[in-house]
Design a protein around this ligand. Structure first.
Ligand code: FES
Length: 195
């Protein structure tokens, strides 16, 4: 047979495995796992880099530092006399701060809440009774109401004639809601932080 012939007449052109199988090592002779491990290390770096790029790009669309710096407003209440209203600018909108007199506080409380279009008690609209803080934007179409004007001693919107009372609540005219109260807190007795 050809096999017997080849065994009897070995030539240079045929190579024989004389190791008896000992060269086939047990386990993972090609070290595939090691290769994958190295590749995985690279992929960790790609993933981290990609995440960084995506986050950098998305966060670049967020509000910048100059905008955040104007996000809150500190107001010194010491200079605001009783009975007067000051207007401040906060986030591009006017904010009314009214130092209410005892009479005005009584007037704000002495209202039948059931009759109001936007029923809200005065206590729910201020932290301290003598300070009323409002966003000075009419809830009808966004005009700025006039302070200390109107039929209810509060504000009057000249655009279409909405009257607000001394708690900033809508009493007469087309506006659907009370003037909005911004988020604020007292830092000290006479210091207010809006925003
Ligand atoms: S915007 Fe104030 S009444 Fe219309």
């Amino acid at each position: 047979s050809p096999t017997n012939f080849a065994l009897k007449h070995p030539t240079e052109r045929i190579s024989y495995d004389n190791s008896g199988g000992h060269e086939r090592l047990a386990g993972d002779p090609s070290k595939r796992a090691f290769t994958y491990l190295v590749l995985t290390g690279g992929r960790f770096i790609y993933a981290a880099g990609l995440r960084l790029l995506v986050l950098k790009f998305i966060l670049s669309m967020q509000a910048s530092k100059d905008v955040l710096a104007l996000a809150s407003l500190e107001v010194d209440l010491g200079g605001i006399e009783e009975g007067s209203t000051v207007t401040m600018k906060w986030r591009g909108k006017p904010v009314f701060i009214k130092h209410r007199t005892a009479d005005e506080i009584a007037e704000a409380d002495n209202v039948n809440i059931g009759e109001l279009r936007d029923a809200e008690a005065d206590d729910d609209r201020c932290l301290e009774k003598k300070w009323l803080v409002l966003i000075g934007v009419c809830t009808h179409l966004g005009c700025v109401p006039l302070s200390d004007a109107g039929d209810f001693g509060g504000w009057f919107c000249p655009c279409h004639g909405s009257h607000y009372d001394v708690s900033g609540r809508i009493r007469k005219g087309p506006a659907p809601l009370n003037m909005e109260v911004p988020e604020y807190k007292f830092l000290e007795e006479d210091k207010l932080l809006i925003g």
